[in-house]
Write a protein that binds this ligand. Structure first.
Ligand code: NAI
Length: 794
């Protein structure tokens, strides 16, 4: 063998990381772990256990307590007991605790990295350089938010006791993403790690207690899916934060519907990796390595769909295949490998099955001729080309080292293909033309977009998806709000049941009839008759018929959704333009204030003064959102790597608005104005009992330059129309205020496309109270933050 040949082949010998300390830690626990509840390890009440194995060898690592109802009860009781005292600590005291946790992670970084690599099967190079440092950074960053809580979140209170269920692909990093913000902001936690990878959570609980974290603040209950379900369904938990499959996410949405538990879901993805013909091709090829072979592709935001512009496709594939040949698959503790083991045989099987299906559907399979280690669960880096956009491998999350690829011709086609998915987690855009890259980034349905980069994460930049990738953000200021709730909502009381006035003609009604003025629906900028051709009477509190409104049905809602979808230009209108239109609506409403006040008084029986106050408050509210329209802006993050991340609040899309029964004008405007101010288009169902203020309002809209389809109004039965909106897959979010029954059905029926819901569980808002009824709390729900990462510099 000559020196020249060594250089040619560049073959490395193994460079194993020592696992002595990790094995000693396992031995100290005699290979068996209980739950960590109230500051100490305790055995499962049932005595049942399950096993965690080493993916690289299949060997048993430890026996783990299998959590049952009693264990979850105990953990919740400990967390509940600790919560008030933990929340009462000054932010600075909690900041010190979080800082101590960051320090303890750094002091034990190597031990955590090795335990993680053994338990999960991922390369030590990744756990050492990515998972563990990013986890420490998360605790540091959130120590900062604890320190600043009293000033930065003065109008918020902690949610309370939080149940967190996490997956196996980043066991320790996901723990940090969940635990750090929850604790920083005054919540206590019951964490359930995934059954394949429970060890680093147990190690962390032990280290945290040694670092002085008070008992009960962080509890770890180990177990399988059923244990997770017990946490999700526990009556004394205030919030569930989940990361995992979309399937389980849906189940959790259903199970928590109507319970009042706050919920965040971080689910799957099928993220596009778009390569334009002016991209740095070698950079993009290296990007693919990080996008799909990092962590064996078991990454929710993995760039698993390459879209490459036709002209450069042959060159790109050639270089990619050449690069694939140099990848090394080896033992997790070997420091010189690129990929290690798949987490479990069942996952390996799933990958093999999906690839076989892809091939049977016509995809061409490319795998390098490289050696795989024997004994454990290993799968080679895999590229499937010539894939149809509808093929199962192009639509399903494979969650393995398998990337599919297809070509496109124009940027518009790339955007279309990229967005052709039910997911919307992340995307990666490769082009040397900044204008093109940002144009495409803005159009992608994704919570995170990396320009000429991929898989960058930082505690300062929120992470999370759109569509069926779930809702909520982790990291950054927006992530903090997921663990807080507005103080002003704390005092809301259940609204009294609606009293239906008896429908009876009132004496005197036989006088000369008014000119018939049946209010219509308002769809796509036009007054429309209801599809079913039925109308309903609107009564005064005394039962006098005040008028008729259309009885909207499914078809009307569908038409309204189509109109709202077609008005997508509103989302890209300038913020100045949207502000002007909100002021203009206010101006036109003000010109008819007396008429609206009379209408409200007639419908609700409010005194003239109160009715006038409602109209005045409505005008002021429109001004508030006119003001916010060009001031609700994003942020520029400067994560600790070269470049910036632009955090931009984006409209969610088409939003259904089911108005509260009370305050028929102000209630509607309080919900519609923040939504349209931020670029959403709405389908409004007015108060069922008092709909005439809303139908009068469309004549205000008609004179205020509101583009057709931005606001659509469908009157009728609240419950029936809400059902249609909740189960409509082209409605992206649904805000529904009214009875507890309404909240439950809205949350339950929203699972189809996992729409964002905003409900009040039957608790009435005082719409005149500005603190409770307007401002950023509403604007945050009207938007999703997109983070666009733009690396630059040296
Ligand atoms: P999973 O969604 O079943 O498991 C994630 C966590 O949820 C685990 O802690 C599990 O014990 C728990 N869980 C399971 N059923 C539950 C229930 N009914 N109620 C509450 N908690 C429950 O994911 P799994 O089975 O481990 O992987 C299956 C597929 O899911 C993967 O192939 C991948 O496609 C996807 N996945 C996506 C992840 C992501 O980060 N987006 C992470 C893990 C898996």
């Amino acid at each position: 063998m000559t020196v020249a040949r060594y250089f040619d082949e560049m073959s490395y010998g193994p460079a194993p990381e020592a696992d002595t300390e990790a094995r000693q830690w396992l031995a100290r626990h005699k290979g068996e772990f209980g739950h960590f509840i109230n500051g100490a390890f305790v055995a499962s009440a049932s005595g049942k256990t399950f096993e965690t194995n080493e993916p690289a060898t299949g060997k048993l690592l430890a026996k783990i307590a299998l959590g049952g109802a009693k264990d979850v009860d105990d953990a919740v009781a400990a967390a509940r007991k600790a919560q008030a005292a933990w929340a009462k600590l000054p932010g600075h005291a909690r900041a010190r605790h979080l800082y101590a946790l960051a320090r303890v992670i750094q002091r034990h970084a190597r031990l955590i990295a090795v335990v993680e690599a053994i338990d999960n099967g991922k390369p030590i190079r990744e756990t050492r350089d990515i998972d563990v440092p990013l986890a420490a950074r998360h605790f540091y960053h959130h120590a900062g938010w604890a320190q600043l809580q009293e000033t930065e979140f003065a109008d918020q209170v902690p949610v309370g006791v939080v149940g967190q269920v996490i997956p196996w692909n980043f066991p320790f990093l996901m723990l940090a993403w969940k635990v750090a913000p929850a604790l920083a902001l005054g919540n206590t936690v019951i964490l359930k790690p995934a059954e394949f990878t429970p060890l680093t959570a147990l190690l962390f609980a032990e280290l945290a207690a040694a670092a002085g974290l008070p008992a009960g603040v962080l509890n770890v209950v180990t177990g399988e899916g059923e244990t997770g379900a017990l946490i999700v369904e526990h009556a004394d938990i205030d919030k569930i934060a989940f990361t995992g499959s979309t399937e389980v996410g849906r189940l959790i949405r259903e199970r928590t519907a109507g319970t009042g538990k706050s919920l965040t879901l971080e689910l799957g993805g099928k993220s596009p990796f778009i390569v334009f013909d002016d991209a740095d091709i070698d950079g993009a090829v290296e990007g693919v390595v990080d996008a799909i072979w990092f962590n064996q592709g078991q990454v929710c935001c993995a760039g698993s769909r390459i879209l490459v512009q036709e002209g450069v496709a042959p060159l790109f594939y050639e270089r990619l295949k050449r690069r694939m040949q140099t990848l090394r698959v080896g033992h997790p503790l070997d420091k010189a490998i690129d990929m290690a083991a798949i987490v479990a045989p069942v996952q390996l099987q799933r990958i093999e099955d999906l690839v076989a299906k892809g091939v049977s559907e016509g995809a061409a399979l490319h795998q390098p001729k490289i050696e795989l280690p024997q004994g454990g669960s290993f799968y080679p880096p895999t590229l499937l080309t010539g894939v149809q956009p509808t093929s199962i491998v192009a639509t399903e999350e494979i969650f393995g080292p398998v990337v599919v690829s297809m070509t496109f011709r124009t940027p518009e086609e790339a955007i279309q293909l990229a967005n052709h998915t039910r997911y919307g987690l992340a995307a990666s855009v490769w082009s040397e033309t900044i204008g093109l890259a940002l144009h495409v980034a803005a159009k992608l349905a994704a919570g995170v977009v990396w320009v000429n980069a991929t898989n960058l994460f930082d505690a300062s930049a929120g992470f999370g998806g759109k569509r069926e990738s779930g809702f909520g953000r982790e990291g950054g200021r927006e992530g903090c709000y997921e663990y807080l709730k507005p103080k002003a909502w704390a005092g809301r009381k259940p609204r009294p049941a609606a009293v239906e006035p008896a429908l009876k003609p009132v004496a005197g009604d036989f006088a000369m009839p008014d000119v018939d003025r049946t209010a219509k629906l308002f769809i796509g900028g036009k007054q429309a008759r209801p599809d079913g051709n039925y109308n309903r009477n609107v009564l005064s509190p005394k039962g006098k018929v005040l008028g008729e409104v259309g009885e909207g049905n499914r078809k009307d809602i569908r038409n309204a959704v189509v109109a709202a979808q077609a008005a997508s230009g509103w989302s890209s209108a300038t913020t100045h333009n949207r502000a002007q239109i909100l002021y203009y609506i206010a101006e036109n409403l003000s010109g008819r204030a007396g008429e609206f006040a009379d209408r409200i008084a007639d419908m609700t029986g409010a005194s003239a003064a109160n009715a006038k106050a409602e109209v005045e408050a409505s005008i002021a509210r429109l001004f508030t959102y006119g003001a916010w329209a060009d001031k609700y802006e994003g942020a520029i993050h400067q994560p600790p790597l070269r470049g910036v991340a632009l955090a931009i609040p984006e409209a969610i899309g088409v939003v259904g608005v089911v108005c509260p029964p009370e305050a028929p004008l102000l209630g509607m405007i309080s919900l519609v104005a923040p939504l349209i101010a931020t670029g959403n288009r709405v389908v409004v169902v007015p108060s069922e009992q008092h709909p005439l203020a809303a139908t009068d309002f469309y004549t205000v809209l008609e004179t205020s330059d509101v583009p057709a389809g931005v606001v659509n109004i469908v009157t009728g039965s609240t419950i029936e129309l809400a059902k249609t909106l909740a189960s409509h897959n082209d409605v992206d979010a649904l805000w529904a205020f009214g009875s507890a029954e309404l909240s439950t059905l809205v949350e339950r029926l929203s699972v189809g496309n996992l729409k964002r819901t905003f409900v009040d569980y039957g608790k009435a808002t005082n719409w005149l109270d500005r603190e409770a009824a307007e401002g950023p709390a509403y604007l945050r729900r009207a938007t999703d933050v997109k983070n666009i990462w733009i690396p630059y510099g040296e």
